[in-house]
Design a protein around this ligand. Structure first.
Ligand code: ZN
Length: 118
């Protein structure tokens, strides 16, 4: 009877180890994904900063205002970036720009994206 209990205990312990190992593997995958996402965001941030600096850098021969230049950025590639940012869960509207949507749709963002896509 004692031996039987000991065997049960060992098997239970083994199962716990397997569960822990699986959790550890999942955690490692999660961290790897986070690092990847972080790098992608950093790269995109740098890219966007450069684009913005390019667009806002003062060119005395260019008479269009900064707002006009920024609206040019919003067309095409800019739209794709904003749409992706929205898909990834962030606000792209003027009201909450860059903030987390916390999994909820935002009417400001949607109407902004619709206008850009028109
Ligand atoms: Zn929004």
């Amino acid at each position: 009877m004692k031996d039987r209990n000991f065997l049960d205990t060992v098997m239970e312990f083994e199962q716990q180890l397997e569960t822990l190992q699986q959790q550890y593997i999942d955690l490692k995958k999660y961290v790897a994904q986070m690092v990847e996402d972080h790098q992608a965001i950093q790269t995109e941030n740098l890219h966007l900063r450069r684009r913005l600096e390019e667009l806002l850098s003062t060119d005395p021969t260019d008479e269009s205002s900064n707002e006009e230049k920024v609206s040019l950025l919003d067309i095409g590639e800019g739209y794709d970036n904003l749409a992706r940012l929205y898909q990834e869960g962030f606000h792209v509207c003027h009201v909450h720009f860059g903030g987390s949507r916390k999994g909820e749709d935002c009417l400001f963002c949607l109407s902004f994206l619709n206008k850009q896509n028109a």
